[in-house]
Design a binder for this molecule. Structure first.
Ligand code: DGJ
Length: 298
């Protein structure tokens, strides 16, 4: 193990000296290496492909280039929007399956696109897009339970945010396991992400404020079906989650948990910093701690 010093507000730089496009990112650990899939926002908000970076310490990232390339026309072309790429490895097939929020020219199409690859470094091949059980699908997240079951988390402006169970091959959804709205709130939460810790599921999400940050929320349950606790903020109220929007909570090998969030700059999305902070998960409570910098062992 080595000690990593992490600055909390970061514009991570890749091996070529460029700002790593780790926006709206998904991270998975495959064979001891962290793979991060991010929105490439160098030239603004339209789709420019999904970039993959790898790291052994979650601090220094190697850019492997575009792993889901824009298509020449239609969905996922360069005149469309595609956000929050998330990848899972399907235990049944071994295949890497990417889910990504796919739009046309505005946010009204509201589909999730599915792309696959035999290699975590791609290239990923677009299969199709869908609206799970006919529901709107905007911000997404993924979760793999300890028994290998895969889940898609998806914000549906009409009904709330869903957790769908994926099929054996992870290509489709087979059950709408739960759908929640927020606390005293007419919508579900977006940028949804989930982690399991000591037998409890922790579900995180943000309110719907566009690129602006807000007090992000979490709820807990002992089964995904619920019952789920009330939603509560996990950072000081009014800090707007230390001015960030949650992407992920990841376990670190030393027992700590890492929170990653976006501090969006809508005028320069590609240079939006990310927040990398320790978060405590204990007894169904989640608390995000501010530090200018902090350390972990990896
Ligand atoms: C909030 C979402 O979480 C982001 O991914 C992005 O879609 C912005 N809205 C756009 O306003």
């Amino acid at each position: 193990m080595s000690t990593v010093k992490m600055q909390s507000v970061r514009l991570p730089i890749d091996q070529n000296g460029n700002v790593a496009q780790l926006h709206g990112l998904g991270v998975q650990c495959f064979d001891g290496i962290y793979y991060a899939y991010g929105e490439n926002k160098v030239n603004g908000g339209l789709f420019q492909g999904v970039v993959c970076y790898t790291s052994s310490d979650l601090h220094d990232w190697v850019n492997h280039g575009i792993v889901l390339a824009p298509r020449s026309t239609g969905l996922l072309a360069t005149d469309t929007i595609a956000e929050r790429p998330k990848v899972l490895q399907c235990p049944t097939t071994g295949e890497y399956v990417m889910f990504i929020h796919a739009e046309r020219h505005d946010y009204n199409y509201a589909h999730v696109a599915v792309a696959v690859s035999d290699n975590p470094l791609g290239p990923f091949r677009f299969l199709f897009s869908m609206q799970p059980f006919g529901n709107i699908s905007r911000d997404i997240g993924v979760f793999q339970d300890s028994d290998g079951t895969g889940y898609l988390l998806s914000e549906d402006r009409e009904h709330g945010t869903h957790i769908y169970r994926l099929s054996e091959a992870y290509h489709s959804v087979v059950e709408d396991v739960v759908c929640l709205k927020g606390a005293n709130y007419q919508y579900g939460y977006e940028s949804p992400t989930m982690i399991k810790c000591n037998g409890f599921y922790y579900w995180f999400g943000s309110q719907l404020t566009g690129w602006d940050s807000n007090d992000n929320m979490f709820a807990t349950a002992s089964t995904i079906e619920g019952p789920w606790s009330e939603w509560k903020p996990f950072a000081p109220v009014g800090s707007y989650t230390f001015d960030s929007q949650c992407d992920l909570v990841l376990p670190l090998p030393d027992g700590q948990f890492l929170y990653i969030g976006d501090r969006w700059n809508p005028d320069d999305l590609g240079n939006s910093p990310t927040l990398w902070l320790p978060i405590t998960l204990k007894d169904r409570e989640a608390v995000l701690h501010w530090h200018d910098e902090w350390t972990y062992e990896i």
